[in-house]
Design a protein around this ligand. Structure first.
Ligand code: SAH
Length: 374
């Protein structure tokens, strides 16, 4: 059973914590101590916050404030090193969070920090990526996505988004910023339909947990107005756009959200996006056998994104029950990539991770929920 946390402290920013400690008649430096304990030490209970006086800790708990991370309900380790977590919120809802040592083969794959430090630390990985969820389920209804089949249950709070990262870091015994961790907001849900909580989580992850914004990537199905909002943020992750089609007819069929914000509007937003020095936008393109994977589609895609400073991440469909599409053969994937590369567009094929543990998008939760009750 999960006890409902009435007033979780995880998710509050330094300013909010400052107001809180002052309400308790405590000096404001206590807020900084609380902030460090929550995000840098990632404590699991109020008793662990040894920097705070005992009576203050006690009165926090008495007044219904709770300290703690989301629980890990289930954990599956793949032979390729991927670990997939089913993380439980206080109300019993679960989301997926995935640990991928060596990244996902697509984001930040510059390899620049593959150095002796790693070996000295005795670790098996040089950098790891955590794939984070933003909602319980998803409302966007992309036809190839397993999370879509769940529908949307609710938004995650900022604390629950940060909490996934903290729970996985603790389980893996990893501490940023000393150890290099990337985040991709590519788990369950559409981050831009939970924009405020998502952005609050980003700020806490940067300032509290210590993961640089440049090591974070948020992926959107194309909620165009929020792309402009993200561009205006002082602190923000890199942007990835799930394109998945090379023309409107195809995209509207695969991603109904395209009927609301079509390719013209989406690509305009991409063109207007204020990139930092050396930053590139990412277009993701899930390849579906004989649907969007032809030579013509690759050429059409090139035309569509011409002039945008971007790379393309190609993902061969991860198939699953209830999905009517097939995975293209490897030579079709490579041919598609080749056409993009030959035109000067950097394109990468994302390697499927943890297939043996149903690590494709939304698969774990769905597999667990469909299994007969034991
Ligand atoms: N809602 C956001 C983030 C979650 S999906 C978005 O749409 O971008 C993250 C990525 O996984 C997207 O690029 C999406 O197109 C891709 N994806 C979804 N289902 C997939 C599947 N079955 N196989 C491969 N990639 C998939």
């Amino acid at each position: 059973m999960h006890e409902i946390a009435r007033n979780p402290l995880l998710g509050l920013h330094l300013l909010e914590l400052t107001a809180l400690v002052e309400e308790f008649g405590q000096p404001s430096y206590r807020a900084r101590q609380l902030f460090e304990a929550l995000y840098r030490q990632r404590v699991e209970t109020a008793e662990q916050i040894s920097t705070l006086p005992q009576d203050f800790r006690r009165s926090l708990v008495e007044r219904g404030f709770s300290v703690g991370l989301p629980g890990i309900d289930k954990k599956f380790a793949s032979s390729d090193g991927t670990v997939r977590y089913l993380v439980a919120c206080a109300d019993g809802q679960t989301v997926e969070t995935v640990w991928m040592p060596e990244g996902d083969g697509g984001e930040s794959g510059d390899g620049s920090e593959a150095d002796a430090q790693t070996e000295a630390a005795g670790r098996a990985w040089e950098r790891a990526t955590i794939c984070v969820s933003s909602q319980v389920g998803c409302a966007v209804d992309c036809q190839f996505c397993l999370t879509a089949l769940l529908g949307v249950k609710r938004n995650l709070t900022a604390g629950e988004i940060v909490g996934q990262v903290c729970a996985v870091l603790n389980d893996q015994k990893v501490s940023p910023p000393q150890e290099r961790v990337n985040l991709v907001f590519m788990g369950m849900g559409e981050p831009f339909l939970n924009y405020d909580n998502f952005m609050q989580a980003v700020r806490l992850l940067v300032e509290g947990v210590g993961i640089p914004e440049t090591r974070m990537t948020v992926s959107t199905a194309g909620i165009t107005p929020r792309i402009y909002d993200l561009g205006a943020e002082a602190v923000r992750p890199k942007l990835a756009i799930s394109l998945n089609a090379s023309n409107d007819a195809m995209r509207s069929r695969l991603m109904p959200i395209n009927r609301k914000w079509n390719l013209e509007r989406l690509i305009s937003a991409a063109r207007d996006f204020p990139l930092r020095t050396r930053e590139k936008l990412t277009f993701e393109y899930v390849l579906l056998h004989q649907v969007n994977d032809s030579v013509e589609n690759a050429r059409e895609l090139l035309e569509l994104i011409r002039g945008v400073r971007a790379k393309v991440n190609l993902i061969a469909l991860n198939p699953g029950p209830g999905i009517e599409f097939q995975t293209p053969a490897q030579d079709r994937v490579l041919q598609f990539r080749h056409i993009l590369m030959a035109a000067g567009v950097p394109a990468f094929v994302r390697r499927p991770r943890g297939r043996d543990i149903y690590a494709a998008c939304g698969q774990l939760k769905r597999t667990v929920e469909m299994a007969p009750a034991s």
